[in-house]
Write a protein that binds this ligand. Structure first.
Ligand code: SF4
Ligand code: ZN
Length: 765
């Protein structure tokens, strides 16, 4: 046990508590004790203070209590004589440091001091699924919102917290300081990302922070890449511990003030560690001591005394691993060893995908966005067609691991250009069934997105894939899509898939041929369900696949209402559940019928409340005006009320024209998505439009006053049948589209001229 560490932690804690007292005193004088204090986007007040002391701080004056508590934890410097090899004083100092640090941040927020401004960093996670136009819109706004993160917001806490607790995310790393070089900084973060370890960044060494280093190297920071820059000072590391405290309160069911339990919960359940890069000063020792309270060990890349006996932490408390003494042939290999050491010390269990591609691979890259400026080539989107199609075959018809590219690769395509692409996957397995095809096909999105520098949006024949310059420079090519899919299907679906063969089609003639086959299969899957109605089943299914980026969104999928992405219908969910009983598609027992017109059951309501983490209390299956279903971002169509017309418009993702609502798809997508309930707006799968249950509470298909022509044309047969079923065979001809009306006035004139039934229906609200 090191007296040296205790001395420095005690000194650091004393200094910080005093600093916090001075700051608070000044703030109380200047602003008054009743001035509200709050961290943005969290309902946990000052989370560390809340968890450790039980106080819900809402006003500046209440911070005094936290500092009094902190001061009581301070100790005098240990002397040679009165020194016992006991960790208590160090731990107390650490806790005092955390309370003081959070107080300082709270006061900073009162003064409107955001953590220091920076450019080129995207704060909010947002949705990864945006239309092509939307993606470009995001580019403009990102550049304007350049600031550091501050506390993790509650929505993100839920999605990450649950992953940390259930093990999908192995742990988090709080990095403080600056790496030996920019290259080492990048390497460390990449090694962590590869293992899905969440990374929080803070602190500096002589003014230089790992945050600067990563920004200089163009590493994308933010929620989407699991790499969150809190601030370039040591104090901002408090947000990592606030996050840990909130995880325990949220997922451990612990109450504010149960400090011991909260700390133990973190020790047992949250596999986190602190990586101190560069020289460690008093404040860093003190903050590290704070982390040790949570059972998070500290690993330093410099010479510091170690605290090896285990006790509070699961393994060692403090480990020194001077960078120059690490074995390895160069700095990058040393960085890799350093990360490995951290993982060993904390006992983090990681599962690394064995995917043979020239870019880093892991789910930390799933949310990555490839911006236009970084774009090498895109498949699908506005200018080309990309599709993905998975089908099963007999065992002897599939050569496992065979990846074929039919047609040219993208080397001849100009920079930022585009080309058509088809991904055709043939699988075989003794347990494989045709019902599983769409379920497996939907995984392409998640698997392809795991590659760094590759962005995948959409599904089926509206897939849209972008390859960044960085990925292309590293040698990423179209055959790597095949490598990824082969590896991941074996890894994740080994129980049903024995062989996987992938053909990448870029040759125009072959592309057209396969696209036709794929569309026939999509069509078959859509119709397979035709005879099944909602009243014939006892359970619907949930789909929470999209919670990876829309943390509170749930699709409730019934036989007559498919998931809004169009790729998951009731049968698909049923198949998915049988493949993976603990997966994202769970049966929802309907329970008591509450309202058959609007579509409420006790079971669906209960599930919606639980699945949305309380954001949504009730969900109606058949109404757009009352508790409509939420949307993530991958909807095929947007349905939206046009009040003046007493009806709704239906806008296809493929339609870029202006609508009578005064907005285009990309703008509307921002309103419809994000997992919120907005009466009058809904994202839907296009086959829901022809369902007898399509907004049946408001009168169904007859409410549609405007619809993108691409839908009218591509689903003409289906609409004809649906219109006849609704008792108005000519209805389709009465519905306006972007060619006939792009303003409300034009729309009303059209409806009048065509005697649209909505004009005579009861008011929508
Ligand atoms: Fe599932 Fe809905 Fe996402 Fe489709 S949109 S994958 S149904 S959650
Ligand atoms: Zn979605």
């Amino acid at each position: 046990m090191s007296r040296y560490i205790a001395t420095r932690a005690i000194r650091g804690a004393n200094a910080l508590v005093t600093e916090a007292e001075i700051m608070l005193e000044r703030a109380l004088k200047e602003k008054g004790p009743d001035t509200p204090v709050a961290f943005p986007n969290t309902a946990y007040y000052m989370p560390t203070i809340l968890g450790m002391t039980g106080a819900s701080v809402e006003k500046l004056g209440q911070l005094s209590g936290a500092l009094e508590h902190a001061r009581k934890l301070l100790h005098p410097m240990p002397s040679e004589k009165h020194w016992t090899p006991y960790l208590g004083e160090t731990l107390d100092s650490g806790m005092a440091t955390l309370l003081a640090a959070e107080t300082i941040e709270a006061v900073r927020f009162v003064y409107g001091l955001q953590p220091e401004p920076m450019t080129g960093f995207k704060q909010a996670g947002g949705t990864a699924f945006t239309s092509p136009e939307n993606g470009e819109k995001a580019e403009e706004t990102d550049a304007l919102t350049g600031h550091l993160n501050g506390p993790i917001d509650d929505i993100r806490l839920r999605s990450w917290g649950i992953q940390l607790v259930d093990g999908r995310m192995p742990g988090f790393a709080a990095i403080v300081g600056a790496a030996k070089s920019n290259a080492v900084a990048v390497k460390i973060v990449r090694e962590l990302q590869k293992r899905n370890i969440l990374t929080f960044l803070s602190g500096n060494v002589n003014g230089r922070s790992i945050i600067h280093q990563l920004q200089e190297e163009g590493v994308e920071l933010g929620y989407d890449t699991y790499t969150v820059p809190f601030g370039t000072d040591t104090i901002s590391a408090i947000y990592a511990l606030g996050f840990a405290t909130r995880s325990a309160l949220t997922f451990g069911g612990l109450k504010p003030g149960m400090s011991r339990e909260i700390l133990l919960y973190n020790k047992d359940r949250v596999f986190a560690f602190v990586l101190a890069l560069g020289e460690v000063d008093d404040l860093k020792y003190a903050a590290a001591a704070g982390a040790i309270n949570f059972g998070f060990p500290v690993i330093a890349d410099t010479v510091i005394p170690e605290i090896l006996p285990t006790g509070v932490t699961t393994y060692e408390h403090v480990v020194s691993m001077p960078f120059d003494a690490i074995e390895g042939k160069d700095d990058l290999e040393k960085a890799e060893r350093l990360v490995q050491k951290c993982i060993e010390v904390r006992g983090v269990k990681v599962k690394v995908s064995n995917v043979d591609v020239p870019v880093p691979y892991g789910s930390a890259f799933e949310g990555e966005v490839v911006r236009k400026a970084d774009l090498r080539v895109e498949f699908g989107g506005k200018h080309s067609r990309a599709f993905e199609f998975l089908h099963m075959a007999k065992l002897e018809e599939v050569t496992d691991g065979k990846i074929e590219v039919v047609g040219p690769d993208f080397s001849k395509v100009e920079a930022q250009g585009h080309m058509d692409l088809g991904i055709v996957i043939k699988v075989a397995g003794r347990q494989m069934q045709p019902d599983f095809e769409p379920v497996l096909e939907r995984q392409v999105h998640y698997f392809v997105n795991g590659a760094s520098g590759i962005q995948h949006v959409g599904q089926r024949d509206i897939a849209w894939i972008r390859v960044s310059n960085a990925a292309a420079d590293k040698g990423f090519n179209v055959e790597h899509f095949g490598k990824i899919l082969h590896a991941r299907f074996h890894e994740d679906f080994g129980a049903i898939v024995d062989k996987v063969q992938v053909t990448i089609v870029t040759d125009p003639a072959q592309h057209a041929e396969w696209l036709e086959k794929a569309r026939a299969a999509y069509d078959f899957r859509n119709k397979r369900l035709a005879d099944l109605t909602d009243d014939k089943v006892e359970e619907f299914y949930s789909c929470t696949l999209c919670q990876s980026f829309a943390p509170n969104h749930v699709c409730v999928v019934s036989p007559e209402r498919l998931g809004l992405c169009g790729a998951y219908n009731w049968l698909d969910c049923k198949a998915s559940f049988s493949i993976n009983p603990t997966g994202p598609n769970q049966p929802i027992k309907l329970g008591k019928l509450i309202d058959d017109r609007k579509g409420y059951w006790s079971g669906t309501n209960e599930y919606a409340a639980m699945g949305s983490h309380g954001v949504v209390q009730e969900v109606s299956m058949y109404s757009i005006m009352e508790n409509p279903m939420t949307a993530c971002g991958c909807f095929e169509c947007i349905v939206m009320l046009i009040p003046e017309a007493n009806g709704v418009m239906v806008l296809s993702r493929e339609d870029t024209a202006m609508t009578p609502a005064g907005m285009t798809f990309s703008t509307l997508a921002g309103i419809a998505g994000g997992g919120l309930q907005t009466p009058g707006v809904m994202g839907v799968g296009k086959f829901y439009l022809i369902s007898p249950k399509f907004i049946s509470a408001e009168g169904g298909l007859k409410r549609v006053v405007w619809m993108s022509s691409v839908l009218k044309e591509s689903m003409a047969e289906e609409f004809k049948a649906a219109c006849a079923r609704e008792g108005d065979p000519d209805l389709l001809g009465k519905i306006a589209d972007e060619k006939s009306a792009s303003t409300v006035e034009e729309l009303l004139a059209w409806l009048e001229a065509h005697n649209h039934p909505a004009m005579a229906m009861e008011p929508m609200f």
